[in-house]
Structures are given as structure tokens and as C-alpha cells.
Design a binder for this molecule. Structure first.
Ligand code: F6P
Length: 517
């Protein structure tokens, strides 16, 4: 079944009319007053995550029209095509199969090809987890340095931090991503070669930042007397030949059907596995798989990622909200906003549809944010009283893993209070003290922050991004927009040495001259 771009579907015009008639002037406070069941109607359980959408600018008619839109656009067929391993990444001619990375060994497969790929997944997973256990048991290795960038950094870094309560106490995990030498230099200063394991994480094994850092790490290791590369370096890559060429023989592979920003479930997740162990990593995959099953099988009106993705379309294309603040009320989730930025903006930051036609509507919102309660003392002023409406997505975790008295109650009270304040506002004061209220927010509630619940939370986010991208008719799985800067940096680097400014614009030439002076 072919996809229909959202603005070509009949429901699009109906949604425009609905927005003009009642969407624009929607008031959440009135909606709660009018519907005693509103919380029940607009919230739902999904695996490991409870999703409360009730404080958003939606009513039953909005959701019904968005659901019709999803049907008319062929969302379910597109989702099924992803799960079936069709080459929905059309501009690169690739399957989009990260869901296979978390499918159980004995999962039903729909084709011989899928069965073969699943077998490869589990062979590699077994080998990688055995290696993770070997590293965990090796008391002489105290420091693990992941060298990678983008999807080869953000996911593992976010997850290792999020799951610190489950982490091996004897392993310090470091993440070096930036080509800025200050980062590697500061990390190396803390290390001894004989107790360090470097993981060179790069899908392509060509990314200039990672290759530069890896080469410097290897030089440092050898200069400091290190010799056993096989023991102290491993590569996580689809390009095993390039890793071998670099001098690394311990390699864990994955496949071109794993997008970089979807790769933490693959060998790229090795730092997570070293931190939390093989069983923990399997729980992480199982949590994601539970969310995959929900996305795949739950009826669309009761499908959490579908409802969230449709709300994203409603906000972006009808309300015109161009960003979303992500506020995890758990300090271990403080890298979540950065992770979600790559997930959403690299996936859906596209200006043409999958046919290459320019889009007449907005696509990716900008996810941004800080962990709570810190954000409250920084940017929440703007959320409450600024001129722009920014939907907020709170993440709250019921259970604390510390015993400090009073803290967690206060933390949870603040989540509820902020979501409440955004909605109810404060009308009995004028001027500077007036809060308009009616500002939308979502609460994602986890019972506990565990490998399984984190896996489910991340898969939920992946799928909600899939949903909006599917309706927008774009290819959410390529990233051509990062290429131009890479090419230009290659052109400029030698000019910083030789001073050649020919063909450069006056600003670039002027700055080049200043940097050389
Ligand atoms: O910046 C583009 C990008 O290709 C991301 O999509 C990717 O996650 C990152 O670079 C790193 O790529 P690699 O894992 O191949 O080094």
C-alpha cells in the first residue's frame, strides 16, 4: 500500500476546519471541567510507561480526526513495512530494522531473509555480551573509553548514565566524542594504558572525529608503553575491514540496516553491556521489544507512540508549535534531551518528502531541555509567561534508588506542580504576576528506572518519531543534511595551514586570516 502525504489526505482539511472551529481556542481547564473522565480518556498504559496526554490541547474529536488522518496516510502499512524489513529508507536503499535487534531469539519471522538476519543478530549479541562479561570480570581493566560521535555516542552515554544504579562499581566509563582535543586530552590525563579499554564505535569507521580521536588514543597508548592492542582496543562497526586496517582485531559488527541514531541496541551498546552486564542488557532489549509489540499490535487509538506522534503533528502543523521541552525529573536521565535531539531532528529535520518534493508544512520540532528541578530555575520562566507556547514533556519515575529522606517526594511534587501550574495559570493577578495557563504538557511516568523501562521509554520515542515522519511523508532514516559541512571542513582544514583563501566568501576568508595571524 502506498503512502499518502498528510496534506493530501481528506482529513487534513477537516483538521484545519476543526482547528479553526475549536482547536485554536481550546482551553484545557474547561475541558477538564466538562469531562470528569478526561484523565482516563487521554491517558494510557503502555509497556513500562504510563502516558498522560490529558493536559494537552486535544479533545475526542481531535484524536478521532488525527486517527482518520493516520489511516488515510497508510500509517499501519508503513509501520508493518518497517517490521517486515522492507527498504523504507529509500534514499539509501536500506531496510530500517532496529526492531530486529531486540526481537527474541525465537521470534516468529516472516521470511527466510528475516530469519537469517535474526540469527546473525543473536550470534553477535551473544559474542558481544560474552565479551562484556569478560571485561566486567577483568579487575585489571578499570576504565572503559568509548570513542564515537552522534549515534555512536549519544545513546550509550545517555543509557550508561541513566542506569548508573545498575552499573558495575569497578568500571569507570568515559565518553569521548568531540574532535576538540581538549576532550580526549582531559580524559587521557586520568588514565593508565594498562588499565584502560578503548572502544572505537563507528558504524562507518570513517567519521573524521572518531578516526582522529582513535588515532590519538592509539598513539598515546603506544607512547605510554602499551603494546597489547588486542586486549586494550575493540571496534564496534559495520566496517570490520577498516577496523582491521586500523590495527584492531577485536571487533563486534552490525549491519547497514541499523541507522546510527538507532544503534544503541546493537554492538554500539557494548559500553551499556559492560556497565550493566549481559542480563541487564537483555532486559534493556526486552523492554524495547515490549514497546515494539505494543506499537505493532495495539489498535491505533490505544497505541501510545501513535497517539504521541499524532499529537506532534497536531502541534507542529496546526498550532504551529515549533519546539518541545523535554524535562526528565530524574538526574540520571539528564542526557535524554541530547539523545532525543539527534533521534528526532536527524530523523525528521527534512524539507522534502520521500519523493523529493518540497514540503509546504513544518516538520521536526526542536526537542530541548534539562533535568528537573534544575530547568525550573533556568528556562521555565519562559514556559510559564513567555510569548510562545512550548509543550513540555515531563518524565517522572515513581521509585527512587536512594534513601535520602524527603528528596523524592519533593521531586515528584515539583513535576505535578509544574504541569499543574502550566495548565491552571494564575488569573487573579495582573501584569507581571499573571500566568495565562492553558500551556500543554505530557507526563511519561515510569515505576522505576531500570534497564527494561529505559528500553521501553527509548523505543516509545523512536516510534513516535516514526509516526510523525510517516505522516509527513518523509524518509526519517537518512541524514543527507550532515554531509555538506563534512565536505567543507575537509576543504577548509588545509587552508588553515596554507592560508589559501581563494574562492571563499569574505566572512570565511576574514575569519581564516584572523585564525592564522
Ligand atoms: O553526523 C551524521 C552521522 O552519520 C550520524 O547519523 C551518526 O550517528 C554519526 O554521524 C556517527 O557515524 P559513525 O557511527 O559512522 O561514526
Amino acid at each position: 500500500m502506498s503512502r499518502l502525504r498528510c496534506d493530501h489526505a481528506p482529513a487534513w482539511a477537516q483538521l484545519q476546519a476543526h482547528y479553526a472551529a475549536s482547536g485554536q481556542a481550546f482551553d484545557t481547564r474547561t475541558a477538564f471541567a466538562d469531562d470528569a473522565q478526561r484523565f482516563a480518556h487521554f491517558s494510557q498504559a503502555a509497556p513500562h510507561v504510563f502516558v498522560d496526554l490529558s493536559k494537552n490541547h486535544i479533545e475526542a474529536a481531535t484524536e478521532a480526526l488525527l486517527q482518520t488522518l493516520a489511516q488515510q496516510c497508510g500509517l499501519a502499512a508503513h509501520r508493518d513495512a518497517m517490521f517486515a524489513g522492507e527498504k523504507i529508507n529509500t534514499t539509501e536503499g536500506r531496510e530500517v530494522w532496529h526492531v530486529l535487534l531486540r526481537a527474541p531469539r525465537d521470534a516468529a519471522t516472516a521470511s527466510a531473509h528475516e530469519a537469517a538476519e535474526l540469527a546473525k543478530v543473536h550470534r553477535t549479541l551473544d559474542a558481544m555480551l560474552a565479551y562484556a562479561e569478560q571485561v566486567r570480570a577483568d579487575a585489571a581493566i578499570t576504565d572503559v573509553v568509548n570513542i564515537g560521535i552522534g549515534g555512536s555516542d549519544l545513546g550509550p552515554q545517555m543509557a550508561v548514565l541513566a542506569l548508573q544504579a545498575f552499573a558495575h562499581p569497578g568500571k569507570r566509563m568515559h565518553f569521548v566524542s568531540n574532535v576538540d582535543g581538549h576532550e580526549l586530552d582531559a580524559t587521557l590525563a586520568k588514565l593508565r594504558p594498562e588499565s584502560t579499554l578503548f572502544l572505537i564505535a563507528s558504524k562507518t569507521f570513517t567519521t573524521i572525529e572518531t578516526m582522529t580521536n582513535a588515532a590519538s588514543a592509539k598513539r598515546w597508548f603506544e607512547a605510554a608503553g602499551g603494546h597489547n592492542i588486542a586486549r586494550h582496543f575493540a571496534a564496534l562497526t559495520t566496517n570490520v575491514a577498516a577496523a582491521n586496517e586500523f590495527g584492531i582485531d577485536t571487533t563486534f559488527g552490525f549491519w547497514d540496516w541499523v541507522g546510527g541514531r538507532y544503534s544503541l541496541w546493537s554492538a554500539i551498546g557494548l559500553p551499556i553491556a559492560i556497565a550493566i552486564g549481559a542480563d541487564g542488557f537483555r532486559d534493556f532489549l526486552a523492554g524495547a521489544h515490549a514497546m515494539d509489540q505494543h506499537f505493532r499490535h495495539a489498535p491505533l487509538p490505544a497505541n501510545a507512540p501513535v497517539r504521541m506522534g499524532l499529537l506532534d503533528v497536531w502541534y507542529r502543523n496546526f498550532h504551529g508549535f515549533s519546539s518541545r521541552s523535554v524535562a526528565p525529573y530524574h538526574s540520571a536521565l539528564r542526557r535524554l534531551p541530547a539523545y532525543l535531539q539527534q533521534l528526532e531532528m536527524e530523523s525528521n529535520g527534512k524539507r522534502v518528502d520521500s519523493q523529493g518534493q518540497a514540503l509546504p508544512f513544518g516538520t521536526s520540532p526542536v526537542p530541548w531541555g534539562e533535568s528537573g528541578t534544575n530547568g525550573q530555575h533556568a528556562y521555565f520562566q519562559m514556559l510559564h509567561q513567555g510569548t510562545d507556547v512550548v509543550p513540555v514533556e515531563f518524565v517522572a519515575v515513581k521509585k527512587a534508588r536512594h534513601t535520602l529522606q524527603g528528596h523524592h517526594t519533593l521531586l515528584l511534587a515539583n513535576v505535578l506542580a509544574q504541569a499543574q501550574a502550566l495548565m491552571v495559570g494564575k488569573a487573579d493577578a495582573g501584569g507581571h504576576k499573571h500566568f495565562p495557563g492553558n500551556r500543554p504538557s505530557t507526563v511519561l511516568l515510569l515505576d522505576d528506572l531500570t534497564p527494561a523501562s529505559l528500553g521501553a521509554l527509548i523505543a516509545l520515542q523512536e516510534h513516535r518519531v516514526f509516526v510523525s515522519g510517516a505522516l509527513w511523508g518523509i524518509n526519517s532514516f537518512d541524514q543527507w543534511g550532515v554531509e555538506l559541512g563534512k565536505v567543507l571542513a575537509k576543504d577548509i582544514a588545509p587552508r588553515l595551514d596554507n592560508g589559501d583563501a581563494s574562492g571563499l566568501d569574505a566572512s570565511t576568508a576574514g575569519l581564516l586570516a584572523m585564525l592564522r595571524a
